[in-house]
Design a binder for this molecule. Structure first.
Ligand SMILES: C[S@@+](CC[C@H](N)C(=O)[O-])C[C@H]1O[C@@H](n2cnc3c(N)ncnc32)[C@H](O)[C@@H]1O
Length: 246
């Protein structure tokens, strides 16, 4: 029988930590992001995150922590949240090497009860996080809850339309745009569960999480991807501001 999907995903991410660590070391961005934030943050994102000196910042589903380190380099007081304790341990070692002050918290993005209401000026998430999360409404509601009134929510995700071609080998889409899953991987040893949230799901969850939409941007054409993904935006960026005055 399948395990709880989030716990299965956590086991998968813990098990693949070493594999990712090697690739991230080869890429080397974690060593540079705090001094050169534009290596990991686009111009569209920088418009919202450049001015965060001494702001409490939370990164949800922090993974490689390249963005968390960039935001720390920009002066934010960063809390980095991930479900995988092994990925967090790698990031904590790297933060020590770089002498970066980042707080690491192991938690599921749908249950951030370890973090207080209204405590962050910026909540950032994205880079393939929502695909692992079974309930986007609860995820963005938690992001909204921990944001201080007037604070910014920035979600930068792989563009949902592209998920129609996940694991496809031709121009024929593999999934219907509205087929949200769960999509279980074929591995019996390390099963994973993925969810294909639509653009509307992201926007609606942001609004229902208590944020007014400030900007929605679709941008980027990832040339490295398969030919059938060309001419499609690579990113969906949603920026919201929590209702209420700062
Ligand atoms: C593809 S990475 C995205 C993060 C970052 N952009 C990166 O590339 O490393 C996905 C990350 O989300 C984390 N994750 C998956 N499900 C989660 C959940 N329910 N709560 C918190 N983190 C989760 C995984 O452990 C992993 O580190």
């Amino acid at each position: 029988m399948d395990k709880d999907p989030h716990q299965a995903n956590r086991t998968f991410w813990n098990a693949s930590t070493e594999w990712w660590k090697e690739r991230e070391d080869q890429r080397g961005l974690w060593m540079r992001a705090h001094q050169e934030p534009r290596l990991v943050l686009s111009e569209a994102e920088m418009r919202y995150v450049a001015d965060i000196q001494d702001v409490e910042v939370c990164v949800l589903g922090s993974g490689d922590n390249e963005v968390a380190f960039a935001l720390a380099g920009l002066g934010g007081r960063v809390t980095s949240v991930d479900i995988s304790e092994r990925r967090l341990a790698v990031a904590a070692d790297r933060a020590r090497i770089l002498d970066l002050s980042v707080r690491f918290v192991q938690a599921d993005v749908t249950d951030l009860s370890v973090l207080a209401d209204d405590s962050f000026g910026l909540v950032y998430t994205g880079g393939h996080v929502s695909v692992w999360v079974a309930d986007i409404q609860q995820y963005y509601a938690e992001a909204g809850r921990i944001l201080a009134p007037g604070g910014l929510f920035v979600a930068n995700e792989y563009h949902p339309m592209r998920r129609m071609w996940e694991d496809a080998d031709s121009y024929e889409p593999r999934y219907s745009y509205l087929d949200r899953g769960p999509h279980r991987s074929s591995s019996d040893e390390l099963p994973t569960f993925e969810y294909h949230w639509t653009v509307a799901d992201h926007v609606q969850a942001t609004i229902d999480g208590g944020c007014r939409i400030v900007e929605v941007v679709e941008y980027g054409e990832q040339i490295k991807d398969e030919p059938w993904l060309k001419k499609m935006p690579a990113h969906l960026l949603i920026v919201g501001r929590k209702e209420g005055s700062a």
